[in-house]
Design a protein around this ligand. Structure first.
Ligand code: UDX
Length: 464
């Protein structure tokens, strides 16, 4: 099929290359000339594992081209809209200006049988409004909503082998236009559908809600375990063991129960806020009031991390040298949008600490966002002379640090594990003060706390 992809950011660039990999002829369109130039050369303009190889492969075949000219979309039958829907400044609501501009720009190039497929995350009701624009410009064209669930760091795999494919089609399942739209999308996704990936065909509003409901659930799961972490901090319990224990229950599941600094990025935080704003407009704000708490729990973790660092530094961070490992909002990404790690780094810098941040891929983006922070190109350089080390994004190379060798670089062996990924016992054994979110004032050898509690009750821990 001939496909255009409007918007070539973290979502669109991967989608365009993946569609070409599936055998389609693809035109990627973006207003950013520098990005288009890089993509046209087969170079990824951001860090995403597997994307450079996929781009090189598909650009070389000639099946994937990039341009800044929206008129190039005229050659395509299917148009994927992959532009961003950021949070509006000073409001919870999503800013739809890029989606509106993409659709309006496409209108002159639609023909009979064209399908516009929205992938951007939008407030429920948006597709219905945009469908009016599409059919107003070309009565025989159609709009579908086909939400995207890719995770950064796994974007290529998630696009080529998604967990599910959702179509929101005009008139809902069974309508004549809907059947036509479904048929076109089935042709686009013929390869993944042949792998028996589940397909849900529904109306516009359900498709739009699926995406925000999924992200709200994920955010709630993370904030749930982080709320438990607060309880653990107050009682001396261990949130990682708690997560393991409840995660063995297959109804709960262990995934997305990693307690720590909480969620950030370009999706979860702004999506739950836009969802709350939309619920308010629909008069059902009470239904989502729990998301306000999910958001607050998440933001409190960042403040708690700074407080913990202050505690570990003996009550003040003024003039203290702080090494921050990680700037991206998650590992295997260079994305620093709403990064919890950078938020903590900036708070500490503003409170008088000297903060040196490092990250394997995100330094350039972090520097643009926070030019007043200092940056180092390796964990070792960041840690040189540090009074405290904060592990805030769990890149593999930080998880695998050798506490003995690393300990020789710092001026004080104090580490705070913001993602609960280090082994407290080996770090303690190497002379470090190890602290973590949700693990009380000190992580003991497994069982020691339990034994102490039992002993206090006069029960021998070794008794059957
Ligand atoms: C998310 C959704 O997973 C994806 O389906 C959607 O399409 C876009 O939003 P992404 O933003 O790439 O994807 O990252 P994700 O892996 O979901 O992580 C989001 C944040 O939650 C990260 O900051 C991560 O560090 C944090 N997180 C994740 C936790 O704090 N604990 C966990 O257990 C899991």
């Amino acid at each position: 099929m001939r496909i255009s992809v409007i918007g070539c950011g973290y979502l669109g660039a991967v989608h365009a290359a993946s569609m070409a990999k599936l055998g389609h002829d693809v035109i990627g369109i973006d207003t950013d000339a520098a990005k288009v130039q890089a993509l046209a050369l087969g170079e990824a303009p951001f860090y995403e594992p597997g994307l450079p190889e996929l781009l090189r492969e598909t650009v070389t075949t000639g099946r994937l081209v990039f341009t800044t000219e929206i008129a190039a979309a005229a050659e395509a039958q299917v148009h994927f809209v992959c532009v961003g829907t950021p949070q509006k400044r000073g409001e919870y609501a999503a800013d739809l200006r890029f989606v509106d501009a993409a659709i309006t720009g496409l209108l002159p190039y639609l023909r009979a049988g064209s399908l516009v497929a929205g992938k951007s995350t939008v407030p429920v009701g948006t597709a219905h409004r945009l469908a009016g624009l599409v059919t107003g410009a070309q009565a025989e064209a159609m709009l579908a909503w086909n939400p995207e669930f890719l995770r950064e760091g796994y974007a290529v795999k998630d696009t080529l082998h998604p967990d599910r494919i959702v179509y929101g089609i005009p008139g809902g399942p069974g309508s004549a236009a809907g059947v036509r739209a479904e048929k076109i999308l089935d042709e686009v996704y013929a390869t993944p559908l042949a792998e028996h990936i589940p397909k849900v065909v529904t109306d516009y509003t359900t498709a739009e809600l699926v995406k925000v409901a999924a992200n709200s659930f994920l955010a709630t799961k993370i904030s749930f375990i982080n709320a438990m972490a607060e309880l653990c901090e107050a009682t001396g319990a261990d949130v990682t063991q708690l997560a393991d224990a409840i995660g063995y229950d297959s109804r709960i599941g262990r995934k997305f129960l990693n307690a720590g600094l909480g969620f950030g990025g370009g999706c979860l935080p702004k999506d739950i806020r836009a969802f709350m704003a939309r619920a308010g407009e629909l008069g059902v704000d009470q239904a989502l009031s729990f998301l306000r708490e999910v958001d607050s729990i998440n933001m409190r973790r960042r403040v708690r991390m700074v407080d913990l660092a202050r505690e570990v530094c003996g009550g003040s961070i003024v003039g203290r040298r702080v090494a921050v490992l990680g700037a991206a909002f998650k590992p295997d990404s260079d994305d620093v949008r709403d990064s919890p790690a950078l938020n903590v780094a900036a708070q500490m810098q503003l409170q008088g600490a000297h903060v040196v941040v490092t990250d394997p891929e995100a330094i350039a983006n972090a520097q643009l966002a926070w030019p007043t922070l200092s940056f180092a190109s390796s964990a070792e350089d960041a840690a040189a002379g540090a009074d405290v080390v904060l592990l805030l994004t769990e890149w593999r190379q930080y998880r695998e640090l050798d506490p003995v060798a690393f300990g020789r670089l710092v001026s004080g062996r104090r580490i705070i594990d913001g993602r609960n990924v280090l082994d407290p016992f080996t770090w303690r054994a190497a002379g470090w003060t190890y602290r973590a979110l949700g693990r009380g004032t000190a992580v003991q050898q497994p069982g020691v706390e339990v034994h102490a509690a039992l002993a206090a009750q006069g029960v021998s821990p070794t008794s059957p």
